[in-house]
Design a binder for this molecule. Structure first.
Ligand SMILES: [Ca+2]
Length: 262
């Protein structure tokens, strides 16, 4: 590890090496501001919860079993949402508002816990793929990697197609924090001269997992992602896809497996 030596700015011999990068949150604030913020936040949460419980009492005669601390748990969040549906409040995005208000605490808890998740990537289509063949469009296929798991769709390449449809989903396992990004490579199939990479896009999963606003979305947004190749600064095409991340502890009954097959 310390075999190589280099001189630093002061001319001293240094054996320092970069062996990794730190990713984290740094809070700078005054004690007073923090106390005020906490008080205001708790008041908003209490009011919101009280409103929900009042409506629940009126509609069903009982309160919803719910604790704000449970919002960091994806399973509990879904249970709470299904209770809100029963009293016709699902359209108000209450879970999302509560999760936003409580996001600092939820984030702290989820950063301290190791959560094993299923990462589900829905690949819809790609378009405007640049050609890697002389005089004809590429013959594209997907090559997907995440945490050492690989999906190689080489045998499903699509002949002369700059705008291929995929309509398939792919599951990966990952533990948060620490999950690697998903790497989406689109390759051009070529039996004679060898396959060529058309382009790559990388989806950061931790950014999504640790963003409460993203977590609270029951339908994750479709992403249009540009593909890039090291040989050019220009986009080599676009893939259309979306990602879902759910703890393995979540009961599949609470998860929707979207049917995107044609
Ligand atoms: Ca080809």
């Amino acid at each position: 590890m310390f075999k190589t030596q280099a001189k630093d700015e002061s001319g001293q011999v240094s054996t320092e090496q970069i062996v990794g990068f730190f990713k984290g949150i740094i809070e700078v604030e005054s004690k007073e501001d923090k106390a005020n913020y906490k008080m205001r936040k708790n008041m908003l949460i209490d009011n919101l919860v009280e409103m929900v419980q009042r409506i629940s009492r009126e509609k069903t005669g009982k309160e919803i079993l719910f604790k704000i601390e449970q919002l960091s748990d994806a399973m509990e969040r879904r249970k709470f949402e299904s209770e809100l549906r029963k009293i016709d409040l699902s359209h108000l995005n209450i879970t999302k508002h509560l999760a936003n208000l409580e996001s600092d605490e939820i984030l702290k808890r989820s950063l301290l816990a190791q959560t094993k998740c299923i990462v589900r990537l829905y690949m819809i289509s790609a378009y405007d793929l640049s050609s890697r063949d002389n005089g004809s469009p590429s013959d594209p296929y997907l090559y997907l990697t995440c945490n050492n798991k690989i999906y190689n769709e080489r045998s499903n390449y699509q002949l002369d197609e700059a705008n291929p449809d995929f309509y398939k989903h792919y599951d990966f396992e990952g533990t948060f924090p620490g999950c690697s990004p998903i790497k989406i490579d689109v390759w051009d199939y070529d039996d004679i001269f060898g396959d060529d990479l058309i382009g790559t896009t990388i989806i950061d999963l931790e950014d999504r997992y640790f963003t409460m606003e993203w977590q609270a979305l029951s339908q994750k947004p479709i992403e249009y992602r540009q593909l890039y190749h090291s040989s050019s600064s220009l986009s080599q095409g676009v893939v259309k896809c979306w990602v879902e991340i759910n703890p393995v502890s979540v009961d599949p009954a609470y998860l929707t497996l979207w049917d995107i097959s044609q």
